[in-house]
Design a protein around this ligand. Structure first.
Ligand SMILES: CC(C)(COP(=O)(O)OP(=O)(O)OC[C@H]1O[C@@H](n2cnc3c(N)ncnc32)[C@H](O)[C@@H]1OP(=O)(O)O)[C@@H](O)C(=O)NCCC(=O)NCCS
Length: 174
């Protein structure tokens, strides 16, 4: 079995990351979202990670800057995990899990205290995510409550944080 390495995405990976997202999602919306986010203020190069098997890019995960805004106009800086993709032929081999655990650990090292994700409600809780409504954190659109999740990277990382997530413009452009 070839070893999987997780490393920061490089410009030479961009095309492979596009193709990978397109293949995993069966459409190009998420691939285009990655391209738009890369060009935006929300982009954090250290948190665009690829999983590599030998020379091949087999997975990608991106964490971008978001704000959680409460009704008094206070805003809290956080991160959104989106999108994440593993090459169809390499799914269910633990690559997605590696990308998440490496990503969360790097985000913590960079000083972030929490991450929000909209995704499979049976998958992300394996890594410690819980419904964001636990903290009264809500999405800006209608989604099943349990699919909108959050994780604290440090104890109390979301203490006192409530409100609605404000996504980067790129999310509305694809
Ligand atoms: C979701 C995804 C990134 C997971 O990557 P992965 O490398 O397959 O994940 P892992 O091997 O670490 O974990 C496998 C587990 O993920 C879960 N899982 C994988 N794909 C899933 C899916 N489409 N729906 C629900 N759960 C899924 C299963 O619980 C699986 O465990 P099992 O094999 O014991 O049943 C990958 O399946 C993918 O690229 N899917 C298409 C794109 C996508 O949906 N991205 C996520 C958006 S939230």
């Amino acid at each position: 079995m070839i070893q999987i390495e997780i490393r920061q995405e490089q410009p030479a990976d961009h095309q492979a990351v596009y193709e990978l997202n397109k293949a995993a999602f069966g459409q190009d919306g998420e691939a285009k979202l990655v391209e738009l986010l890369r060009e935006s203020d929300a982009f954090i190069p250290e948190l665009s990670l690829v999983a590599v098997a030998g020379e091949e890019v087999v997975g990608h995960i991106l964490f971008s800057k978001i704000k959680i805004m409460d009704k008094n106009g206070r805003s809290f800086d956080s991160l959104a995990l989106a999108p994440m993709a593993v090459k169809p032929a390499r799914q269910r081999q633990g690559i997605g899990g590696k990308l998440i655990t490496h990503g969360l650990s790097r985000a913590k090292t960079l000083g972030y205290t929490a991450v929000i994700v909209l995704g499979h409600e049976a998958y992300y809780p394996k890594f410690g995510f819980a419904p964001a409504i636990t903290w009264q954190i809500k999405p800006p659109f209608d989604v099943p409550e349990n699919a909108f999740m959050a994780i604290e990277l440090v104890t109390g990382g979301l203490q006192g944080v409530t409100g609605t997530v404000n996504y980067p413009e790129a999310f509305g452009q694809v």
